[in-house]
Design a protein. Structure first.
Length: 201
């Protein structure tokens, strides 16, 4: 499998880019969010997801690891395929996706082309359940976050930790990232946004 592709962007199309890696051109399906970070003729790194089937070998590329993890998370929902996942992630950022799930905001998801209310509600139902499970396990391991949570309501820490855990981050990565953020000064959404945009690599 490919973990990432790094090379020159030689072509940008509608939800697809071509990356020249050592003289070989790899076509990667992607989101409008990722495309907004790319420029033809410039070098870039795309984190990849390979969808291998009997009659296809499709590569999906993402600007950062958080978007790739969101893509994989959406694919875990019954009835959501790569096309729908790309549509959603073209309409919302990873942090806004997590906030839509946490706040049960199906309108944020139906803003994506091809995503109706029924599939949006299914995404929220299935992924919020994952967040809830992570929240329970996070509370059980609360002692590990005790130092940084001093003086802060545990609910905010748990909510942020649960969302990041669902995206695939380990407890140690989450703890390290949150140590650099003033938890009391920001909302849950702002904390998640800061972590996804740079605190965790």
């Amino acid at each position: 499998m490919f973990y990432y592709l790094e090379g020159q962007i030689v072509e940008i199309g509608q939800n697809i880019v071509v990356v020249d890696v050592g003289g070989a051109g790899y076509g990667c399906f992607t989101t409008m969010n990722t495309i907004s970070h790319l420029e033809t003729g410039k070098k870039a790194k795309l984190y990849t997801y390979c969808n291998i089937k009997e009659d296809a070998f499709d590569i999906y590329g993402f600007h950062d690891i958080s978007e790739k993890r969101c893509f994989e998370m959406l694919l875990s929902v019954s009835g959501v395929g790569p096309k729908a996942a790309l549509s959603i992630l073209s309409a919302v950022t990873p942090e806004n996706l997590m906030m839509a799930i946490i706040s049960e905001n199906d309108k944020a998801l139906t803003a994506a082309p091809g995503i109706g209310k029924r599939i949006a509600q299914r995404i929220i139902l299935e992924l919020k359940d994952k967040v809830a499970k992570e929240n329970i396990s996070g509370a059980a391991a609360g002692a590990t976050a005790g130092d940084m949570a001093a003086g802060v309501k545990g609910g905010k820490i748990n909510e942020v930790g649960a969302a990041l855990s669902v995206l695939g981050y380990s407890q140690s990565e989450i703890n390290a990232a949150l140590r650099n953020i003033d938890i009391e000064a920001f909302t849950v959404e702002e904390i998640i946004r800061q972590v996804l945009r740079g605190s965790i690599k």
